[in-house]
Every structure is written in C-alpha cells, then in structure tokens.
Design a protein around this ligand. Structure first.
Ligand SMILES: *Cc1c(COP(=O)(O)O)cnc(C)c1O
Length: 359
C-alpha cells in the first residue's frame, strides 16, 4: 500500500503508525471482542481509554490542576458561541483581535451576545501580518480577550503570547501541540481536533476552573462548560472513536519526544519550505516573515493560469490537497505534526521540477 503525502489543512494527515495501530485494533480492542466504536462510553474499557488520553494530553502540555480539559463536539466553530455564553457573565464587553478569516467568524458570532471591541485588525493589509501589540486599543475591563494564534487560511502566526489583564482566550485549532505552550497564561484554549490532534468530530477545550459558573441563564445545557466539567465530558455520548484515536496520537507524540521535539522538527520543515519559496522567482508567500505560520504555508505561482496544472501534476506525484482555501485561492501546504520532513522534501523537489518545466 502506498500512502500519499497529504498536505490537507483539515481533516489533516494522521501518523502512519497511529492508523496501523487503529487498523490492528479495529474489530477487537485489547481482546475485549468489540471495536472501540461499539463500546458503551460508560464501560470501564472506554473510561480507561478516555482517562488515559486526557492524562497524556495534560502531560504533553503540562496542564495544571487548576484547568479543566473537556472533550466536546460541535467543532471549533461552536466555541465561537460557547465562549461568550460562558465567559461574559454580566460584562457587556469582550475584546477581539482580527487577524484573518477565523478571527472574523469568532467576532461575528460573539456580536450576538456582547459589544465586541476589535482591538486591532490587519484586514487592510490583506491579513498578511499581525498588528503591532503597542497599537492595540484594549478595553478597560473586558470579560476576556480572544485571538487566533495561527490563522489557518492566511498562514499568519503570532510569535508571542499577548500580555493582557483580561483572561486570554485562544483558538489553537491549527497549532496546538506543535510546540510547548505555557497554558497558565491563558483563561481558555480551544482546538478542533482535525488539524493537529486526530479525526474530526472532537473539540478540546482547556479552561481555567475559576472562569466556570457564570454562563448566561439561557445557555443550553450542552453549550455550558460546567455541564461537561461536572460529567467528565460524558453528559451525553462523547465522540468515542475520535477520543480514542486522539489518544493514540498523544502516545505517538510522547514517543517522538513530546511537543518540544515536534517544535524543532516543525521549525526545520517550515524553514526549508519558506527558504525554497524565498529563493525562487516563481513562487511567493505574502506574509511578513516574522509572522509566517509554521503549520500552514500559503504560496502563489508566478502565473495563476498554471494553478490547475500544478495541482494535477502534484496529485499524480501523490502530493495531495495543495489547493489554497476556496476564499483566497493559490496554494497552501499544511505541514502539521504528522506531515514528515520527507513529505516536505518531496514537495520541495516537486516544486523545483515544476518551476524548471514551467517557470
Ligand atoms: C479549522 C478551524 C476552525 C473551524 O473548525 P471546525 O472544527 O470546522 O469548526 C476554527 N478556527 C481555526 C483556527 C481553524 O483552523
């Protein structure tokens, strides 16, 4: 069997080892005689799978006991509403930073519940940078500040954690577990699983315990973090198979040396690819170098008439899913944890050949 190199932004590549382990266990998990998919979520077998995955995730990011880790459904997009519903309390104001398409969606949703103060935006620069922190127009007393550390579509990533008084809320969907993270600087971190964690259908929320307990009265029970915190994320049937697979990914990450080892590898992969693009007159990346994403690398060809040929040839070479997001066009290579350095090398070799033939 030939596995292709997959540069999909999400659902994204999973480690081969994880898929083969899942294959081996698919019909009979550890001699129980059933698949994980067929187990009661309340069985001792599944509870052990869930607890071990949760502990491994806590270990990987050194998450303190003052944080809850919730395994939810509804995607990162549901968090755009859950965050204001749960964290505003009586405060009518929340601060948001606008650095791209995902920030914008979070802002649009929050506007249903509060006065959104957009403290800074890079929209006029076509989202090719992060607005300078000194220029942010912070509110005096917002309920929280929300930002998107890695904009998956624009390929823009913060290289620092903002220092603000309000609880910091971050959409880490596309960069969680790509490097070590000082969780204690945050009030809440969330991530849809399908980029850097596991399969779609699972969303992880890390929330500081003191922020719980002030959800608005009309918050649906399933949208209230407390419901999930009190029930170990088992108020209703959780996404059991995704949780299990995420657990296999966490074990794999530990075997690789954890997130600091991944950070080194991710840095090397990104530097190679951006270095190649910058040295070429045929390919270009529009993002200010300091803020280039280590996970999502958008690039354009000198002649966009060649885009479809590029994608077709790439597919033939088993380099898959390189089309940019439908809202921006061009190309994008997502090089998450599970995308190996060999995959990046193969992509660069292909791009060099393509440039020779068409440049
Ligand atoms: C993919 C993505 C989302 C949306 O995730 P869903 O799970 O599809 O709702 C939100 N924010 C960021 C940064 C993303 O990359």
């Amino acid at each position: 069997m030939a596995r292709a190199y997959n540069f999909c932004a999400g659902p994204a590549a999973l480690p081969d080892e994880v898929l083969f382990q899942a294959q081996e266990e698919i019909a009979d998990w550890h001699g129980v005689g059933t698949s994980v998919m067929e187990m009661s979520h309340r069985s001792k077998e599944f509870v052990s799978i869930a607890e071990e995955a949760t502990q491994d995730f806590r270990d990987l990011l050194s998450i303190g006991d003052d944080y809850e880790v919730l395994f939810l459904q509804g995607g990162a997009s549901s968090q755009f509403s859950m965050i204001p519903l749960n964290l505003l309390g009586d405060n009518p104001v929340a601060d948001y930073v606008n650095t791209g398409q995902w920030s914008k969606k979070a802002i649009a949703e929050a506007k249903r519940y509060c006065d959104v103060n957009v403290v800074a935006t890079s929209e006029s620069q076509n989202f090719s940078t992060v607005p300078a922190f000194e220029d942010w127009a912070l509110s005096d007393n917002p309920a929280y500040l929300h930002y998107t550390p890695n904009e998956t579509i624009g390929g823009v990533e913060f290289d620092y954690i903002p220092e603000v008084k309000a609880p910091l809320v971050a959409d880490y969907s596309s960069s969680i577990l790509s490097e070590s993270l000082d969780v204690s600087k945050f009030g809440l971190i969330y991530a849809g699983a399908q980029k850097n964690i596991g399969p779609a259908g699972l969303t992880i929320v890390i929330v500081r315990k003191d922020l719980l307990g002030k959800a608005k009265d009309f918050t649906p029970a399933m949208f209230n973090y407390e419901t999930h915190a009190k029930s170990g994320s088992m108020n209703n049937t959780p996404p059991t198979y995704s949780w299990y697979l995420a657990g296999l990914v966490f074990k794999w990450l530990k075997r690789q040396g954890g997130v600091s080892a991944m950070a080194e590898l991710n840095k090397r992969k990104a530097e190679k690819l951006y270095g190649f693009i910058d040295n070429s007159a045929f390919y270009a990346n529009p993002v200010e170098p300091r803020y280039r994403s280590r996970m999502n690398v958008p690039f354009t060809l000198a002649d966009d008439q060649l885009d479809s040929v590029f994608l077709k040839k790439a597919d033939e070479a088993k380099l898959l899913n390189l089309a940019g997001h439908r809202s921006v066009g061009g190309m994008r290579a997502s090089i998450y944890n599970a995308v190996s350095e060999n995959a990046v090398d193969a992509l660069i070799a292909f791009m060099a050949d393509f440039e020779k033939a068409h440049g």
